[in-house]
Design a binder for this molecule. Structure first.
Ligand code: SF4
Length: 123
């Protein structure tokens, strides 16, 4: 099991995009798993959150922040905790993306796949 990363807010983090997030009017409990949630319940909740992210106008900015900050919890930019763990494992820790936009570029494939029909359970 990969070691849980510690979130590190990038020094150039900006938050304007949060004002435009589609989750502002959604149930926040959809985006963060309750303690001991497992299996199909977790999959269903993650997919419901991803569906909201899929049409969010600031999804790339949100995913970029989460990757750069190594956010350990929640669905961000359509990326689940498991999605991000795969990204963290793939990226080189010595040259980890920290500047604005670098996270989105480094994880472009995963960010796109996160809201694919397969990921949303509609394939
Ligand atoms: S991408 Fe998802 S988590 Fe991020 S602001 Fe949009 S709706 Fe919220």
């Amino acid at each position: 099991m990969p070691q849980q990363p510690l979130a590190q807010v990038p020094t150039d983090a900006r938050w304007f995009w949060q004002d435009y997030g589609s989750c502002r009017s959604a149930d926040p409990l959809l985006f963060f798993h309750p303690q001991n949630e497992r299996g199909s319940a977790r999959l269903r909740r993650d997919r419901a959150a991803k569906l909201i992210c899929a049409s969010c106008p600031v999804r790339v900015e949100c995913a970029d922040y989460a990757v750069r900050a190594r956010e350990p919890y929640g669905v961000w930019g359509g990326l689940s905790e498991e999605d991000r763990e795969q990204i963290y494992a793939r990226l080189d820790a010595r040259h980890y993306p920290r500047r604005e936009g670098e996270g989105a570029r480094a994880a472009a494939r995963e960010i796109a796949e996160a809201i694919s029909p397969r990921a949303l359970g509609i394939a």
